[in-house]
Design a binder for this molecule. Structure first.
Ligand SMILES: [Zn+2]
Length: 251
């Protein structure tokens, strides 16, 4: 069986495929494209990028059968989420110019891949008591979703949110990643689905059985309704639990 291309390649892994610089990326594109999930358009797309850690990152487009195309993840959105979820802070080179990676030029807006610390805590004391002290390294879905919300990039809406998805004992995470071109922003469920596609070894979305969404109380931009529509369609057996947070004081 042919080994599928991974969504993150070390320098050595890329070199073993004949890629030693971004000018060689086209050699990987064919293998990358088959990882795309495009049941609606039938048009598979892939983007490759070299990050500052010298790892090569992939992005592919993902469409969801039965849902309007605006729920889809473009290959550029996938790439940016793949970089952010793996704590890459800089992009060195990209095979295609990104339509998503649009930064603000306002001085007080941090760059998209700069680590965020949103200082969110759960509002409900009973749920808050269930969050582990070392939640950064904990794989409980609730701990992971709260950690994700705290890392989310919500500079424009100021409504950070995070999601954990559960499939066969594995927990996948994602957070909202807003673009300076507002309507190209990526929701937390889609970002978690990027993690699922990247690490899920080809598993189908219908195998996702649980999800946790963390978002702000009274958020101007709430993710709950759209998360329900998306998950009910692609993973009908998935149980979604929603928890609300508030911003703690800066210490
Ligand atoms: Zn925990």
């Amino acid at each position: 069986m042919v080994q599928q291309l991974k969504f993150i390649l070390t320098l050595e892994e890329a070199a073993s495929k004949g890629v030693s610089s971004p000018s060689d990326f086209l050699k990987l594109k064919e293998d990358a494209i088959i990882l795309a999930r495009a049941p609606i358009s039938g048009v598979q797309d892939a983007v490759l990028a070299l990050a500052s850690s010298d790892r090569v990152f992939l992005g592919v487009n993902v469409e969801f059968e039965g849902l309007p195309l605006h729920h889809s993840i473009s290959s550029e959105q996938f790439l940016v989420a793949n970089l952010a979820l793996n704590f890459e802070q800089e992009l060195h080179a990209c095979l295609l110019p990104s339509r998503f990676y649009l930064e603000s030029f306002e001085e007080d807006v941090p760059l998209l891949l700069v680590p965020q610390h949103n200082r969110l805590a759960l509002s409900d004391p009973v749920s808050a008591a269930e969050i582990c002290a070392n939640r950064e390294h904990c794989s409980h879905p609730k701990c992971r979703a709260l950690t994700a919300a705290n890392k989310s990039y919500a500079q424009y809406s100021k409504c950070p949110s995070g999601v954990a998805l559960i499939c066969e004992g594995e927990v996948y995470k994602g957070w909202c990643i807003e673009s300076a071109a507002y309507n190209l922003s990526l929701g937390p469920v889609q970002a978690a689905l990027v993690d699922f596609v990247a690490r899920g070894e080809g598993k189908g979305f219908e195998m996702i059985t649980g999800a946790v969404l963390m978002e702000m109380n009274d958020a101007n931009v709430s993710q709950e309704a759209t998360a329900r529509v998306l998950l009910e369609t692609i993973a009908p057996g998935c149980v979604l639990n929603v928890f609300h947070c508030y911003k703690t004081a800066e210490n």
